[in-house]
Design a protein around this ligand. Structure first.
Ligand code: ADP
Length: 451
């Protein structure tokens, strides 16, 4: 096992990794920009190294600075968290060239899954069901027209390198196709340096269901059920739950087994998420994320496992600490993402937190790196905390969420907490009977067309 791990991240996820390390008796090194000198992850780690100015490109994304921090402190492994360098295959290669262990999948797997066209081809070959669409990339408008006619409108044009909801354009009819095609290519090129796009059938009423998988890198893999992340704004998740309200045990076992077998066959190591759209009882693969997800705590809650601990174990060459049979669903968990954002426009709301009180009690977990008097810097993601509740069933989890949101105090800045308080009053949220388009429509009606 490692003696010392460097955490190449910030905020709540850096703290999350520190906590796992502490329980495993592993020392941890925090890295931080000059804007994060007072950050909680810096205070909680055993050591901290400043790796650059506020701009992420010069700090949290600076590979030489992070590698140097490892060398200076003698850290043997790097946990990347999510975002930043967590899905950067070149970084993984460089880390390994320096004889440091990357806590995550291999560079090759990250490369395959990071390119959505290759990911889809790979998954199809592994027997995973995919959204109907183009066979690989679509090089020009003429081909796009042919494919779209064949697949049938509406279609969605997607940048192969896209992520975070960027580089995706809907064409409802043939008249929209040209502009959707050009915009998706342009967004792919400007945001991700790759203009290649592909086409998928646009599903009208799906849920977003994702399967958590975990591999040991030696051909053994398990699944940890699904998460339903259908409540989305601009293709970004805001509320996640496990198990999915629309998934029964038999469906879970079947799709879970397909996913576990697929990743076992490629000797996948560590945590991964296979994302699907789910409509009329059918699963359609959209992408695989080769990292720990923001919403991993809902899975941890219902299976009673620590996924970060598990990531560290397999990276150190140890066996997984559970088998498929050990993994039994227990109750229901919900997570809400608390962002420093001002409603109704979701505009960033950085600044000083004048008062903070975290909710507590049975089945409540608050993953956050904020504290009384902390100043949220304006340079990074607006996620400031995740409130996760666990109950014996969905109604209990919902009641616990409502109670916890009422206990939570974050003063001095605006947050998305009022959104969740309002959503919990909605019959659709209470029944769990929503699709990926529901929240956008709700925001339009209730917050005045700002969704
Ligand atoms: P990203 O990598 O940007 O997150 P994804 O491919 O994972 O992109 O898709 C994100 C979200 O976009 C999905 O959860 C869903 O809401 C929507 N989406 C993606 N593909 C389709 C599709 N074929 N039809 C309808 N909605 C889609």
């Amino acid at each position: 096992m490692f003696d010392k791990i460097l955490i190449a991240n910030r905020g709540e996820i850096a703290l999350r990794v520190v906590r796992a390390c502490r329980e495993m008796d592993i020392a941890c090194v925090a890295v931080h920009s000059t804007a994060d000198t007072d950050a909680m992850h810096v205070r909680m780690a055993n050591e901290a190294v400043c790796i650059g100015p506020p701009s992420a490109t010069q700090s949290y994304l600076s590979m030489p600075n992070i590698i140097s921090a490892c060398e200076i402190t003698g850290a043997q492994a790097i946990h990347p968290g999510y975002g930043f360098l967590s899905e950067n295959a070149n970084f993984v290669q460089i880390v390994e060239d320096h004889d440091i262990t990357f806590i995550g999948p291999t560079a090759e797997h990250i490369r395959i899954m990071g390119d959505k066209i290759t990911a889809k081809e790979t998954m199809r070959d592994l027997g995973v069901p995919c959204v109907p669409g183009s066979d690989g990339g679509v090089p020009d408008l003429e081909t796009a027209k042919l494919v779209a006619e064949e697949v049938g409108f509406p279609v969605i044009i997607k940048a192969t390198a896209g992520g975070g909801g960027k580089g995706m354009k809907l064409a409802r009819t043939a008249a929209d196709l040209e502009s959707a095609f050009r915009t998706a290519r342009a967004e792919g090129k400007s945001n991700f340096g790759n203009p290649d796009v592909y086409i998928e059938k646009y599903l009208g009423n799906p849920r977003h269901i994702e399967i958590q998988v975990f591999g040991d890198g030696k051909g053994r893999a398990v699944h940890l059920g699904e998460r339903d992340c259908s409540l989305q704004r601009r293709h970004q998740k805001v509320f996640e739950e496990a198990p999915g309200p629309a998934i029964d045990a038999e469906t879970r076992a079947k799709i879970g087994q397909t996913c576990a077998e697929a990743v076992a066959r490629i000797n996948y190591i560590g945590a991964g998420t296979i994302e699907f759209l789910y409509e009329d009882g059918e699963f359609y693969f959209i992408e695989m994320n080769t990292r720990l997800q923001v919403e991993h705590p809902v899975t941890e809650a219902i299976f009673g496992v620590d996924l970060v601990r598990e990531q560290i174990r397999v990276a150190a060459g140890m066996e997984m600490s559970f088998t498929q049979e050990d993994l039994q669903v227990n109750g229901h968990a919900i997570e809400v993402r608390i962002n420093a954002e001002k409603l109704p426009n979701f505009s960033p709301s950085p600044g000083r937190i004048t008062q903070y009180h975290a909710p507590g009690g049975l089945g409540v977990r608050m993953d956050s790196a904020i504290y009384d008097g902390y100043s949220i810097p304006p340079f990074y993601d607006s996620l400031i905390g995740k409130l996760i509740v666990h109950g014996r069933d969905r109604p209990e989890a919902l009641a616990r969420l409502k109670r916890s949101l009422n206990e939570l105090i974050v003063d001095g800045i605006d947050t998305t907490v009022p959104l969740f308080r309002a959503l919990l009053e909605e019959e659709t949220v209470q029944s769990g009977n929503y699709t990926i388009h529901w929240l956008e429509k709700w925001l339009e009606t209730n917050l005045g067309g700002t969704g």
